[in-house]
Design a protein around this ligand. Structure first.
Ligand SMILES: Nc1ncnc2c1ncn2[C@@H]1O[C@H](COP(=O)(O)OP(=O)(O)OP(=O)(O)O)[C@@H](O)[C@H]1O
Ligand SMILES: [Mg+2]
Length: 258
C-alpha cells in the first residue's frame, strides 16, 4: 500500500473543559478517500478543523507525509496550502467575480503567474460545467454552482489532500448531485480526500474506507460495503437505520406527491 499521506495519532480536543475528540487515530493513504460519518455534534467538523489547523489540538500528533504539522513549529500557511478545505458555506468573496475568486490564492499565496493560473482555472471551470460563469458575481450563481466554484478554488491551490465538510448540506436536492459528481470525478482521478457527509449513498460510492464517529470516539471503521451493509456495532446499525427510515419516508412523500 502507498505511504500514509496523513496520520492522526491519538488526538484529543476539548472546548472549555468539555471533551469533543478523545484519542482519535486515523490514517489516510495517498489516493485514498476516507469518509467520516456520525450523528450531529459527534466531532466530525472539529476533526477536520484540527487536521487543517483551524483548531489547536490538546494532545496527540498529526503528521503529513511523516512530518508533524502540530506542535510548536507548525506552519499553518503551509498546512492550509497542502490540505485544502471546503465547507458547507461557500464563502466566496461577494465583490469579486468567479475568476477573481479563483485567482486570489494561487497568485497571492503561491505567487504563480496570473495568465498561467487563469488558463488552468478556465480549464477547470469547463470541467465542472461553469465556463460561462467565469465573470459572474457569486450572488448570481446557484448554491450548486457556488459550491463547484469553491471546489475549483481549493483544487487550484494544488493541495495534497482535500477535506470536505458537508459541502452539500445547504443545497437543494437537485443541486446536490452536480456537486457530488465533481467530487466523484476527483476521487477517480486519485485525489486524496477526507469527506464528512450525510449523503449515505454518495458516501458508499466514494469511500475507500469509512469511519463512524460518535461522542468524539471512533466506534467503527471499515470498508464501505461492510460498514453500510453489515455494520459490526449496534451503534452504527442504529445510526444507519435512521437514514433508511428517512429515505423511505422521503420516497413515500414523493410518491404521495405524484
Ligand atoms: N468553537 C467551539 N467552542 C465550543 N464548543 C464547540 C466549538 N466547536 C464545536 N464545539 C462543540 O463540539 C462538539 C462537536 O462539534 P462539531 O461541530 O465537531 O460536530 P459535528 O459532528 O460536525 O456536527 P454536525 O453534524 O452537526 O455538523 C459539539 O458539542 C459542539 O457544540
Ligand atoms: Mg459539522
Amino acid at each position: 500500500m502507498a505511504n500514509p499521506l496523513l496520520e492522526v495519532r491519538h488526538i484529543s480536543k476539548g472546548f472549555d473543559g468539555t471533551g469533543v475528540l478523545e484519542d482519535v487515530s486515523l490514517t489516510v493513504h495517498e489516493g485514498e478517500v476516507l469518509v467520516v460519518v456520525g450523528p450531529s455534534g459527534c466531532g466530525k467538523s472539529t476533526l477536520l478543523r484540527c487536521i487543517n489547523g483551524l483548531e489547536r489540538i490538546d494532545s496527540g500528533e498529526i503528521l503529513l507525509r511523516g512530518k508533524p504539522i502540530t506542535g510548536e513549529k507548525r506552519d499553518l500557511v503551509a498546512v492550509r496550502q497542502k490540505v485544502g478545505m471546503v465547507f458547507q458555506s461557500y464563502d466566496l468573496f461577494p465583490h469579486m467575480d468567479v475568476m477573481g475568486n479563483l485567482l486570489l490564492g494561487p497568485t497571492k499565496a503561491l505567487r504563480r503567474p496570473k495568465a498561467e493560473v487563469e488558463a488552468e482555472a478556465m480549464a477547470m471551470l469547463k470541467r465542472v460545467g461553469l465556463e460561462e460563469k467565469a465573470h459572474a458575481l457569486p450572488r448570481t450563481l446557484s448554491g450548486g454552482q457556488k459550491q463547484r466554484v469553491a471546489l475549483v478554488r481549493a483544487m487550484l491551490m494544488k493541495p495534497e489532500m482535500l477535506l470536505l465538510d458537508e459541502i452539500t448540506a445547504a443545497l437543494d436536492p437537485e443541486m446536490v448531485r452536480e456537486v457530488l459528481n465533481v467530487v466523484l470525478d476527483l476521487a477517480k482521478e486519485g485525489m486524496t480526500m477526507a469527506i464528512v457527509t450525510h449523503e449515505m449513498r454518495f458516501a458508499e460510492a466514494v469511500a475507500d474506507r469509512v469511519i463512524f464517529l460518535e461522542g468524539g470516539v471512533i466506534v467503527e471503521e471499515g470498508a464501505p460495503a461492510q460498514f453500510f451493509h453489515h455494520p459490526k456495532t449496534e451503534r452504527a446499525r442504529q445510526f444507519l437505520n435512521t437514514f433508511v427510515y428517512e429515505a423511505a419516508k422521503k420516497q413515500s412523500e414523493n410518491s404521495a406527491d405524484a
